[in-house]
Design a protein around this ligand. Structure first.
Ligand SMILES: Nc1ncnc2c1ncn2[C@@H]1O[C@H](COP(=O)(O)OP(=O)(O)OP(=O)(O)O)[C@@H](O)[C@H]1O
Length: 254
């Protein structure tokens, strides 16, 4: 199967600070990959490079074989390279349905001037109601985002990502800040994402990483130092030294 996304020799420096160093990886359809690494390893910078928020100093990105290094963020989204929205970018005083409808309209290029009626356009409504149903948010469709619990707001980020029809979905700490008892719903929603999309998740919560990922990329000081299955990553001495030590020991002795 051909690769959906490829990073080839990607580096990024800020002044003299080399934050991303010669990174290479590939994502294929159906991949469930976690990107982990200690604080300051360069995870967010790498995601910003993938999305086009920042440009690499060196190297290239490819989507389905086409070079996308010079493309804008919206052009990448149109090709199916989607990052979940942050809750801070949701329209808090609009309904959940309106927030998802806006993303559907963006994808279908329906003018926002039609917005007042667009949420209820049959083809738009059918789509958001299916997405919200799959995420267990259908009962909240007509509630304002601001009225929902934080965990539910984070599910709306996923809903908007899905409304953009991703081939590659980038999740930036999807459970961060979510109360412990709401976190399983996030994991359940992530586990129900369409099987054929590639998902790359940055996450600090190792329990979530090990429940979600079939492959783990480990970043340290801007370099990918290891790639393997969750068990291989836990067993690897370099990774343990760089990052996992206490967690791996805790797992072993548990
Ligand atoms: N625009 C920038 N200008 C200068 N330095 C930057 C910039 N963006 C990031 N850095 C530096 O790059 C390094 C990596 O930051 P980044 O946020 O990518 O790491 P991270 O692995 O996501 O960290 P965390 O897990 O703490 O979120 C840090 O030392 C940070 O200060």
């Amino acid at each position: 199967m051909s690769d959906l996304l490829e990073a080839r020799n990607v580096s990024r420096a800020f002044g003299g600070l080399h934050v991303t160093r010669d990174v290479n990886f590939k994502l294929a359809a159906g991949d469930r990959v976690a990107l982990i690494g200690p604080n300051g390893a360069g995870k967010t910078t790498l995601v910003n490079l993938i999305t086009g928020d920042i440009a690499p100093s060196e190297g290239q990105f490819f989507m389905e074989g086409d070079e996308i290094t010079g493309l804008s963020i919206p052009e990448r989204v149109r090709r199916g390279l989607v990052r979940t929205f942050q809750t801070t970018r949701l329209f808090a005083n609009l309904t959940v349905a309106d927030n998802v409808a806006l993303a559907i309209m963006q994808r279908k290029r329906i003018s926002r001037r039609l917005f007042s009626s667009a949420t209820e356009l049959p083809e738009v409504r059918a789509e958001w109601s299916e997405i919200l149903g799959n995420l267990g948010l259908d009962a909240h469709a007509y509630r304002k985002v601001v009225e929902l619990a934080y965990g539910q707001q984070r599910l709306i980020e996923l809903a908007i990502g899905l409304a953009l029809h991703p081939k590659v979905l980038l999740l930036d700490e999807p459970a961060a800040g979510v109360p412990h008892d709401e976190a399983p719903r996030i994991l359940a929603a992530i586990n129900r994402l369409p099987a054929d999309i590639a998902v790359l998740m940055i996450e600090h919560d190792m329990d979530l990483v090990f429940k979600f990922a079939r492959r783990v990329l480990v970043l340290a000081a801007g370099r990918l130092i290891f790639e393997g299955s969750p068990d291989e990553v836990t067993a690897n001495q370099d990774v343990r030294r760089a990052y996992l030590g206490s967690y791996a020991d805790a797992r072993r002795t548990a």
